[in-house]
Design a protein around this ligand. Structure first.
Ligand code: HEC
Length: 130
């Protein structure tokens, strides 16, 4: 029982971490981006051969055409027909407001409004997906 409570407390503490870290605006680049990416991990994995979750695995994302890359993942027609090629610029625009850039994309994420957060998460993704 004690262990259960400790585990529960720990997971609450971990879940609360990204917001507090972000509120302090801590760090730059890859390390800060890894913390921002905690908001994506419910839906995305980044490792080579990683599984698709609600969203596609992101290995090899840079330079790929949107909606064409992750094997066995069912992308929306909206993303598949967007013609977007992922680089830092297009990804920043998508992450700022996915549905503004690709109306009807299935990525249900409100967006990262701060450019610093987008730059950091992109730096992190570049470091782990290629
Ligand atoms: C609630 C789940 C969810 C969250 C949270 C989420 N995504 Fe997604 N993401 C998706 C889905 C679903 C798709 C596929 C969209 C489609 O097919 O229209 C997607 C697609 C993408 C793509 C395009 C993939 C490709 O192969 O073209 C990128 C890049 C991406 N997400 C990055 C992120 C990042 C970075 C974050 C965090 C800042 C994030 N996502 C948060 C669900 C999510």
């Amino acid at each position: 029982m004690k262990t259960l409570i400790a585990a529960a407390t720990l997971s609450i503490a971990t879940a609360a971490l990204p917001a507090s870290v972000l509120a302090q605006g801590a760090g730059q680049g890859v390390a800060a981006g890894e913390k921002v990416f905690r908001r994506c991990t419910a839906c995305h994995t980044v490792d080579e051969g990683g599984k698709n979750k609600v969203g596609p695995n992101l290995w090899g994302i840079f330079g790929s055409t949107a909606g064409m890359r992750a094997t066995g993942y069912k992308y929306s027609d909206a993303l598949k027909s967007s013609g977007i090629v992922w680089d830092a610029t297009t990804m920043s625009k998508y992450l700022e407001n996915p549905r503004k850039m690709v109306p009807k994309t299935r990525m249900a994420f409100p967006g990262l409004k701060k450019i610093g957060q987008r730059n950091n998460v992109i730096a992190y993704l570049k470091s782990v997906t290629q």
